[in-house]
Design a protein around this ligand. Structure first.
Ligand SMILES: [Zn+2]
Length: 78
C-alpha cells in the first residue's frame, strides 16, 4: 500500500506495538504491520488490532514487566 502521509511505499514488517486495552498498556511483540519505507509510519489491520484485543483478554503468557514513566512535556518547553 501507499503511505497516507508521504505517499511512500509500505512494506510488511513484524513490529513491537504499544497497545491499550481497558486502561492497561501492553507492549506486544511480533505484530504484523505495513511500515512506510520513507517516513516510518506504521499501519495495522483492524483485524490485527481486534486479534490483539482478543488475545490479551484471554489467558496469555507475559514475557516481562517494565516500569513506565508518565511525564508532562509542557514543563520541558516552558
Ligand atoms: Zn510515509
Amino acid at each position: 500500500m501507499l503511505c497516507e502521509f508521504c505517499g511512500g511505499e509500505t512494506k510488511k514488517k513484524s513490529v513491537k506495538r504499544q497497545h491499550w486495552l481497558n486502561k492497561k498498556l501492553y507492549i506486544v511483540e511480533d505484530v504484523n504491520a505495513e511500515v512506510c519505507t520513507e517516513c516510518g509510519e506504521r499501519y495495522f489491520h483492524a483485524k490485527t488490532l481486534d486479534a490483539i484485543d482478543d488475545y490479551l483478554s484471554k489467558k496469555h503468557t507475559v514475557k516481562a514487566h517494565i516500569d513506565v514513566e508518565i511525564v508532562s512535556f509542557s514543563q520541558a518547553v516552558a
